[in-house]
Design a protein around this ligand. Structure first.
Ligand SMILES: [Fe+2]
Length: 239
């Protein structure tokens, strides 16, 4: 685990010192250190993460369980999620961030979205405007992917400008890595998570993807109705 953490830290510093963070994060997949980080993620097994089985009662105690392996406030976050079969991860964004996601085991049904207007895509508004948008349930246009199935070992690359938002439902008990560069932060609304409701779903865009409409719903500490995250201690290897 230590070599992976060191790669995350190195990438985080490179992102911080890049002249344009947005373009650095949009292009990280081409970066040699990023490829090496992904390779290290790929080599990690459930056993190394301290997972005893796919029914492991510790890691699947609640519908959605989060283990923080390493985190540096605003700079990066390396976490594991354990999501029980049948649980929905509600639609949320990752504004101005890159996220490296690897499904360690299980299967997820997944749909990704991108906001169409740059102002909303990059959270380019003031704090009080954001509060107002949540208050009135502001509706915006977004592009939606066709429904996909993520199988064991699959990677997802969330970037500031591409595949930035998603929703998924666990088809099996599933475990995935989530490495965020930089981390979400309540300090700046530019990197605050928002949960959305899809108000523009229809038969066509649900089957094939296309333009839809999303409504600003909520941001922590208020989580979507019937949704909570159970925090767990890491039980895997650190070295
Ligand atoms: Fe996410």
């Amino acid at each position: 685990m230590k070599p992976l953490i060191e790669k995350v830290q190195k990438l985080s510093l490179a992102a911080k010192h890049s002249t344009c963070q947005k373009s650095f994060l949009n292009n990280t997949v081409r970066d040699i250190d990023c490829q090496s980080m992904v390779q290290k993620m790929t080599n990690i097994t459930p056993e190394m993460l301290g997972v005893t089985s796919r029914e492991d009662p510790y890691h699947f105690a609640g519908p959605l369980n989060r283990v923080t392996i390493d985190c540096n406030e605003q700079d990066y976050r390396l976490v594991l999620f354990f999501i029980k079969k049948g649980t929905r991860m509600p639609l949320h964004d990752h504004p101005n961030m890159a996220v490296f996601f690897r499904l360690v085991f299980g299967e997820l049904n997944y749909v990704s979205y991108d906001k169409l207007d740059d102002k909303f895509k990059y959270n380019d508004f003031a704090d009080d405007e954001y509060a107002e948008m949540l208050d009135v349930g502001k509706r915006i246009k977004a592009k939606k992917s066709k429904p996909m199935s993520i199988k064991e070992g699959s990677m997802l690359y969330v970037r500031p400008s591409v595949q930035n938002m998603h929703e998924f439902v666990a088809q099996e008990n599933s475990c995935f890595f989530d490495i965020c560069l930089p981390n979400y932060t309540p300090v700046s609304h530019e990197r605050r998570i928002t949960y959305f409701k899809e108000t523009g779903a229809n038969e066509l865009n649900t089957a094939r993807g296309g333009t839809t409409e999303l409504e600003y719903y909520t941001t922590p500490p208020v989580l979507p109705t019937n949704f909570s995250v159970n925090e767990l201690e890491y039980r895997g290897a650190l070295m």
